[in-house]
Design a protein around this ligand. Structure first.
Ligand code: PLP
Length: 363
C-alpha cells in the first residue's frame, strides 16, 4: 500500500521490520520491549539512545532538553500557556491555519488561571481561507510578550513557513508537529519546539519537546507537578511510566534517518518529492488547483482541488485501486491532500504523479 496519510502516517519499513523481528524477544531478553520495566536497564538503553540520536541528528546543544511528553500536541496547546503565561502577562500567536487556531483557543482558555492575555500578532485567516503565511512585516510583535507562538506547517491547509519568523528577545515557541526533522534545521533560535511524533518520527500519543533549559526554569511552579516541564526534564522523561513502545519505535525511526544519511539526505529527497507533485499540479493548471500561494506551499502536505467534488471522489477511488490511500483532504476543507513525510519514497511519489497526469488527461 502506498500511504499518503496525514498522521498517523507511513513509517519507514526498516523501522517497522526491526520492531517486528524483535517483537517477542527484545535484545535476547525473551520478552517484548513493551513488557520491560521502564526502570530496567534494557529499556533505559533504548530511551537514552533515542534521546542521543535525536541530539546527534538535529544538532541539539547542551542548553536544550529533549523531552518525551504524552497527550499529543493538543495537550501542549494548553500546557504551554499554563506554564509560560505569567499572571497578568501576555502571549503572542501567529495564526495561518486550523492548528494555530486551536493553539490560540486553548491559550485563551488558560488565561482564566493566569489572568493574562493572548494576542493575535498576525493572521492570514482571510474569510477562513488560509492560503499563505504572514510576511515578517505583518507580524505585530509585542516586545513584552512572554513568548511568540507559531505553527511551522499547517497540516490541514498545506501552508508552511519556509523561513520562520525571526527570534528576538521574545522567546519563540513552535508547533513543528507536521514538519519536524524534514530538513536540516537550526534549532538554536527556538526556546521551545514541540512535535507530535505521528508524522515524521513515530506513532501517535507522544510528543517530542526541545526546550531551552532557561526557558523551562521560567515555567510556573504552582502547577501540578505532572504539568510542569521541569518535572519531565529533571526525571529524563521518566517521572511516570512513559509510552515505552512508542519511544522504542522513535528510536528505530531515528536510527533509520541516521543510517540513511541524516537530515541533509532526507531534505534532498523531501524537496524532490514536493517538486514532483507541485510540478504535476502546475503542468495541469486547468485541472488541478493548489489554493496555496507558491511561496507558502508545504513540502509535507500538498493540498489541491479538482474541478468538481465528483471528480475528486473519482480520483480517490481510482487512486485506491492502484493501492494509493490517505489522499482525501481534511474533512474541514475537502479536496485532495498528499502528505509526503520522510517515510514516503520517491517511487511512491512518482506513482502518484503518473496517476495525476493520466487522470487529468482522461477526465
Ligand atoms: N499540530 C499540528 C500541526 C498537527 O498537524 C496536529 C495533528 O495533526 C496537531 C497539532 C495535534 O496533534 P494531536 O492529535 O497528536 O494532539
Amino acid at each position: 500500500v502506498i500511504n499518503f496519510n496525514a498522521g498517523p502516517a507511513a513509517l519507514p519499513l526498516a523501522a517497522l521490520e526491526r520492531a517486528r523481528d524483535e517483537l517477542l524477544d527484545f535484545a535476547g531478553t525473551g520478552m517484548s520491549v513493551m513488557e520491560h520495566s521502564h526502570r530496567g536497564k534494557d529499556y533505559e538503553r533504548v530511551h537514552d539512545e533515542a534521546i542521543a540520536l535525536l541530539r546527534e541528528i538535529a544538532g541539539i546543544g547542551d542548553d536544550t532538553e529533549v523531552l518525551f511528553v504524552q497527550g499529543g500536541a493538543t495537550q501542549q496547546f494548553a500546557q504551554i500557556p499554563l506554564n509560560f503565561l505569567p499572571d497578568g502577562g501576555s502571549a503572542d500567536y501567529i495564526v495561518h491555519g486550523a492548528w494555530g487556531e486551536k493553539a490560540l483557543s486553548e491559550a485563551q482558555a488558560a488565561t482564566k488561571w493566569s489572568g493574562g492575555k493572548v494576542r493575535v500578532a498576525a493572521t492570514t485567516v482571510h474569510d477562513k481561507q488560509y492560503t499563505r503565511v504572514p510576511a515578517e512585516a505583518e507580524i505585530a510583535r509585542d516586545p513584552q510578550a512572554a513568548y511568540l507562538h507559531v505553527t511551522s506547517n499547517e497540516t490541514i491547509h498545506g501552508v508552511q513557513f519556509h523561513e520562520l519568523p525571526k527570534a528576538d528577545a521574545v522567546p519563540l515557541v513552535c508547533d513543528m508537529s507536521s514538519d519536524f526533522l524534514w530538513r536540516k534545521t537550526d534549532f538554536s533560535p527556538f526556546s521551545f519546539v514541540y512535535a507530535g511524533a505521528q508524522k515524521n518520527v513515530g506513532p501517535s500519543g507522544i510528543v517530542i519537546v526541545l526546550a531551552k533549559k532557561d526557558f523551562i526554569a521560567r515555567g510556573r511552579k504552582d502547577l501540578p507537578k505532572i504539568f510542569q516541564y521541569r518535572t519531565v526534564a529533571e526525571n529524563n522523561s521518566l517521572y511516570n511510566t512513559p509510552p515505552t513502545f512508542a519511544i522504542y519505535l522513535i528510536r528505530n525511526v531515528l536510527d533509520w534517518i541516521k543510517k540513511g544519511g541524516g537530515l541533509a539526505r532526507i531534505e534532498e529527497q523531501n524537496r524532490q518529492k514536493a517538486a514532483l507533485i507541485y510540478g504535476a499540479i502546475d503542468a495541469n493548471a486547468s485541472f488541478y488547483v493548489s489554493p496555496v500561494e507558491k511561496a507558502s506551499r508545504s513540502t509535507m502536505n500538498v493540498v489541491f482541488r479538482l474541478p468538481s467534488e465528483e471528480l475528486e471522489a473519482r480520483f480517490l477511488a481510482e487512486a485506491k485501486k492502484l493501492k494509493m490511500v490517505g489522499l482525501k483532504g481534511h474533512r474541514s476543507v475537502g479536496g485532495i491532500r498528499a502528505s509526503l513525510y520522510n517515510a514516503v519514497s520517491l517511487e511512491w511519489t512518482k506513482t502518484l504523479v503518473d496517476f495525476m497526469r493520466d487522470f487529468a488527461k482522461k477526465a
